[in-house]
Design a protein around this ligand. Sequence first.
Ligand code: HPA
Length: 308
Amino acid sequence: MSPPAPGSMNHDSIIEDSEVRIGYTYEEYQQTADWLLTNTEHRPTVAIVCGSGLGALAETLKDQVVFPYSEIPNFPHSTVPGHAGRLIFGNLNGKPCVCMQGRFHFYEGYPLWKVTFPIRVFRLIGVETVILTNAAGGLNQDYKVGDVMVIMDHINMPGFAGHNPLSGPNEERFGTRFPPMSDAYDKDLRKLALAVGRELGFSDKMREGIYCSLGGPNFETIAECRMLNSLGADAVGMSTVPEVIVARHCGLRVLAMSLITNKAVMDYDSEATASHEEVLQAGKDSAKFMEKLVAVLLKRIEPNNNVF
Ligand code: HPA
């Protein structure tokens, strides 16, 4: 038989293409959840996802049980400097929680169903509320480096191009095919976060606004920043939204906060450029404030959707 012409597809390669994975099975989520529950006695109801430069929060947990991602069955690995790649169970301010020290991003080459894998695992181990933090560029001209923006809503730019973590067959055991997103960011938790920030004496730093997610990894052009701002976005980043979508799909309550690590460049006369080093440094400078904020918040989140 003569070999196939260059560029043509034979039957085998068609089967191979149709066997490309497009998600985890329910059993794989369950296997990871069971493995974690077997290997720790902690039973957290709150999960915290630490953003770029904000992983120090996880170090403050008491009675730690630490799992490097590489040891957890089915877990992806984190490849970004400033993201350690460890899942830490422990108590923060007396409350049991589980902390992701390092998250996964689309720009690392992971499909979104991998990026969001831990969220469904959290659901299966009994988590009810997820607190997500991230580093973001400030588009709103009133925002300063070091401000904390409680996210009230998002614009999912990759979603407009068809990149959605819920693409593919729907797993009804997690949630419905067409989940609403108009209530993605829990109103009571947002109110609580703003109140706690004020109580801690940081009224001037606390903001509430709209986060726009992009795929990254390059920072935005000036024209893109201007466009995003005119569309109503207050801050821009490369994470969080896929996790929020999957968390809401499976019924978790969500609080998300952006640390403004740099001002987006909006002006052609500006000499400023964004850099990952600047993002990490701003994270370090504000780490103590974010730690305190999350620790106090955690103490005031009760199971069964109550806050006080
Ligand atoms: N753009 C996108 N992502 C970011 C930025 C930014 O300016 N700062 C931190 N993460």
